[in-house]
Design a protein. Structure first.
Length: 143
């Protein structure tokens, strides 16, 4: 119990909880962006396709008639349009996380983009000829 108390009282747990909550709502925003903003114009460009309605029906729904015929079973379908929406959502979230991590790493290193560009580049390594000439010079100096 003592170990658990120490674990819970660390600041990292609170940071992780806040990050999880933020990620959940960020995911909801991105899902809305894909479903409500990106996919309708894309579907229109592709001839009025509504991606959320794309599916392969394996078994059509059977409704009960007034006479009681039919079993009222639901439709069985593979909803590949919703899957396409999920893939696009994942790509957007992955790119956003990549950008956040990239910015965080740059901030952690203490350099901005301008500072990194202004930093002098490391001198190039000597060429093979220079290394060979240095070895020859050192050998001649020993004699």
């Amino acid at each position: 119990m003592k170990e658990f108390k120490e674990f819970i009282s660390k600041g990292n747990v609170l940071d992780m909880a806040v990050g999880l909550i933020m990620a959940t709502y960020f995911g909801a925003i991105v899902k809305s962006l894909v479903n409500d903003i990106l996919m309708p114009p894309l579907g229109k460009l592709l001839g009025g396709v509504d991606f959320s309605q794309l599916k392969i029906v394996i078994q059509s729904a059977v409704t009960e008639s007034a006479a009681g015929a039919g079993d009222g079973s639901a439709e069985v379908a593979i909803n590949y349009g919703i899957f396409i929406n999920s893939i696009i959502t994942f790509i957007i979230v992955a790119f956003a996380i990549f950008m956040v991590v990239k910015a965080y790493n740059r901030m952690k290193d203490g350099m901005t983009k301008e500072e990194a560009a202004a930093a002098p580049a490391a001198p190039p390594a000597p060429s093979k000829e220079e290394v060979l000439l240095t070895e020859i010079r050192d050998l001649l100096a020993k004699k």
